[in-house]
Design a protein around this ligand. Structure first.
Ligand SMILES: [Ca+2]
Length: 357
């Protein structure tokens, strides 16, 4: 969401009818436990100086974590601010190699959002959403661990690309959060009103198709290891949609939904075959946090068992440790917690269950 949209979101809340219902939907009246009430939080180490790690992807070949990093507040003020992609080694966080931009400065106008690794034994690639020009970048990962851009893919329907999941050397799904685009005043309205005009687009290596539509702010994506199921975070609906996937055609059929009590962002796979879901408990506080780093916003990481649909909370923070968490990723034996606008991420030994339902 752009600044304008976030400001408009607050305006809409006041102006719209059914304000109390909307505020209830946005969890405005629910409390979030203070950070020091979660015993597991002590096991987290902040890694400071890497801004806006909105997404992270574990590399199954190198064991490193790919990080999508951008000073997102500065970028809103100055469009020349450029993002970076890092390959972070959790065992050597101070190694300069963990802090180097791997893109070689390509492309120059770069605002990375969702990322995903593809590796099949022959090809080793990183797929990146570039919000700067609403494109999908495909990089080859070199033997030295750097990124060489080999393709840039666009489509007119990509008005607000958010998260990507690769399913082949050149094929992928991308979530388009809202048809009117992040910077439109209407995106805030759409989020609050719960209008469903987000979609999931599929690119088969040659052409685009719309695999799913009608999502309320489409966000995180994940495909099961057997390729037969796709999971999509429908942020505005506070749920994860489960689709049966045809691995040959790429088509999706709605199968069921898994409801959450907060607003899901990125999805990753844990080591245990469960989905890790970065979630925003309070979007109005999140919006305030995006405008100013003086404001904190709660963070949550939940784990979904895809078989039973059971949901458990792994990490809950009022925002004093990490505000606006968007992703939790398993990396080696650790968990990496990234956020949209903090100048740090957290590296945790093992989140401890603080509540479950
Ligand atoms: Ca996202």
């Amino acid at each position: 969401m752009g600044k304008l949209a976030l400001a408009f979101l607050a305006f809409v809340l006041v102006a719209a009818g059914g304000v109390s219902l909307t505020l209830h939907h946005l969890n405005h009246f629910s409390a979030v436990a203070a950070a020091d009430q979660g015993a597991g939080l002590a096991a987290c180490m902040p890694v400071v100086g890497m801004p806006g790690v909105e997404d992270a992807a574990t590399d199954p070949v190198s064991g490193l974590a790919w990080l999508s990093s951008l000073d997102r507040r500065e970028r809103q003020k100055m469009s020349t601010v450029r993002g970076e992609i890092k390959a972070f080694d959790p065992d050597n966080p101070l190694d300069p190699a963990s802090w180097r931009d791997r893109t070689g400065g390509v492309p120059a106008d770069f605002a990375p959002l969702g990322i995903d690794v593809y590796a099949d034994g022959q090809t080793h690639r990183l797929f990146v959403i570039n919000a700067a020009d609403r494109s999908v970048l495909i990089y080859t990962i070199t033997r030295q661990g750097d990124l060489a851009l080999i393709d840039t893919v666009r489509d007119g329907r990509l008005t607000s690309p958010n998260e990507i999941v690769a399913v082949g050397p050149k094929s992928f799904y991308v979530s388009n959060s809202t048809a009117s685009g992040f910077d439109s005043v209407f995106s805030g309205l759409e989020f609050v009103a719960g209008l469903g005009n987000g979609s999931i687009l599929f690119y088969d290596g040659n052409s685009w198709s719309e695999a799913a539509r009608g999502l309320k702010f489409a966000n995180g994506l994940a495909v099961s290891p057997d390729g037969a199921t796709l999971y999509a975070a429908e942020m505005g609906g506070k749920l994860v949609r489960v689709y049966d996937r045809d691995p040959g055609l790429g088509t999706l059929q709605p199968e069921r939904v898994i409801r959450l009590d907060s607003f899901p962002d990125n999805l990753t796979w844990g080591a245990d075959g469960k989905l890790l879901v970065g979630a925003i408990p309070k979007p109005l506080q999140f919006a305030a946090h995006l405008r100013s780093d003086d404001e904190i916003a709660p963070s949550k990481l939940v784990r979904i068992d895809p078989g039973s649909g059971a949901v458990e909370t792994l990490y809950l923070d009022d925002g004093s440790r990490l505000s606006g968490l968007t992703v939790g990723a398993r990396i080696g034996g650790k968990f990496l917690l990234g956020s949209f606008a903090e100048n740090k991420f957290l590296l945790c030994d093992s989140p401890v269950v603080t509540e479950s339902r």
